[in-house]
Design a protein around this ligand. Structure first.
Ligand SMILES: Cc1ncc(COP(=O)(O)O)c(C=O)c1O
Ligand SMILES: [Zn+2]
Length: 386
């Protein structure tokens, strides 16, 4: 609701945020981000006022791109649990978990799609489409159904069957594609010529970040406005990390927090293009990852669009990039599961990365660390069965 423009994160061109939906920068194809005039928000809203509002996602409406709260499309988005975690006989002295498996459709993707669908509805969009490794498709399907939109999803045919069923049952037109999310994106482009849908692809529109950014506000408030030193985030396309970074930047601009956590991306060694680009000092992922293969399907993004922005988020916050083998992910999953936290492989990768980082002294064990758990295990096949 704050006054806003769209700024290209690559060439810097400022675009007025108009009444038609925006995709990428028309000048250079860079990623567009909303930029708000935050001073009126800082003058009228405060941490004290926020404390009087119920702990829901939409309490931060002043910093979202919607013009009216009447257009909110909601399935009930609570603050997700923040849990202190004790593990390894005190080896982790200050470790926290954020469990986004509690959101509608069971993953953090609900955040991005809640805001994207609400804003697009306000702009008059009635058809939406996305290529997805599964969870973004389920979230778009759910919010699209709630908004009365027609939803088209394109997924690899090895997407967990329950996620495919979820999309079918909630009314999406589901297309399954041989290959990874890149092939799904190409198939969508082919069909797109005959359709009038808005493309909600990862990093190709400015709306979904605004939902992930709410996680930064939520984390800040849950930590009494003194956020953790370091956040480990399972990363595929990178929207989650970019959104968090954007949120923490805004919080500092508003004067509500004093620092931005280090943002560390975690990938599977079966598909780690961002980690490779980070260590090879590339500005963006230059080559698509060949033969991507991991049980963490959401991390199987061989050539993420707009990868320069993910790498910028990591470098500017002095985070790092870690890859973990699927066996390490499985072992961390067991650890979390046997502590009552039933997360999917993508989420468990963060604990595997932390183990590695502590062993290699990349992270000091007195840092206040948050593992961002992006989803529930309930929708995935049992990885310990044949
Ligand atoms: C459960 C889960 N965690 C993490 C990710 C990675 O998110 P992002 O594409 O924003 O990097 C995904 C992506 O699909 C996912 O489904
Ligand atoms: Zn541009």
């Amino acid at each position: 609701m704050a006054k806003q423009v769209l700024v290209c994160s690559s060439c810097g061109e400022v675009h007025q945020s108009t009444t038609s939906p925006a995709s990428i920068c028309p000048k250079c194809r860079g990623v567009l981000l909303f930029k708000y005039d935050l001073s009126p928000v800082a003058n009228t809203l405060s941490r004290e006022i926020l404390a009087t509002r119920s702990p829901s996602f939409w309490k931060f409406i002043e910093v979202l791109p919607l013009t009216s709260s009447k257009n909110i499309v909601s399935l009930g988005e609570p603050f997700t649990p923040l849990l202190q975690f004790t593990l390894g006989r005190g080896r982790y002295s200050n470790l926290w978990l954020k469990d986004d498996g509690r959101l509608p459709t069971g993953t953090f993707k609900a955040r991005g799609m809640a805001v994207a669908v609400s804003t697009l509805k306000e702009l008059g969009v009635s058809q939406v489409a996305v290529p997805s490794a599964g969870n973004a498709a389920a979230a778009l399907t759910a919010y699209g159904a709630r908004a009365g939109m027609q939803v088209f999803v394109f997924m690899p045919n090895d997407t967990p069957p329950r996620i495919i069923d979820e999309c079918v049952h909630m009314g999406a037109k589901v297309h399954l594609v041989d290959g990874s999310i890149s092939a799904a994106g190409q198939a969508m482009k082919k069909y797109g010529a005959d359709h009038n849908w808005f493309d909600v692809s990862t990093n190709k529109q400015p709306y979904r970040y605004e939902g992930y950014k709410v996680a930064a506000y939520e984390i800040a408030e849950q930590f009494s406005w003194n956020p953790p030193d370091h956040i480990l985030f399972p990363t595929g396309g990178g929207e989650g990390v970019i959104g968090l970074w954007k949120g923490f930047q805004e919080l500092c601009e508003l004067g509500w927090t004093k620092h931005i956590p280090r943002l560390t991306i975690v990938q599977s060694s079966g598909c780690a293009p961002l980690v490779t680009a980070f260590y090879e000092n590339q500005r963006e992922v230059e080559e698509p990852w060949k033969n991507p293969n991991t049980i963490a399907v959401g991390l199987k993004v061989p050539h993420p669009y707009g990868s320069y922005l993910v790498l910028r988020a990591v470098r500017e916050t002095k985070g790092t990039a870690i890859q973990v083998a699927d066996e390490e992910i499985l072992s961390s999953m067991k650890t979390l599961w046997t502590n009552g936290i039933y997360v999917c492989p993508e989420a468990a990768s963060t604990l595997a990365a932390l183990e590695q980082a502590l062993t290699e002294n990349i992270i000091a064990n007195d840092e206040k660390i948050l593992l961002y758990l992006t989803g529930t295990a309930l929708k995935y096949p049992d990885p310990f069965k044949g």
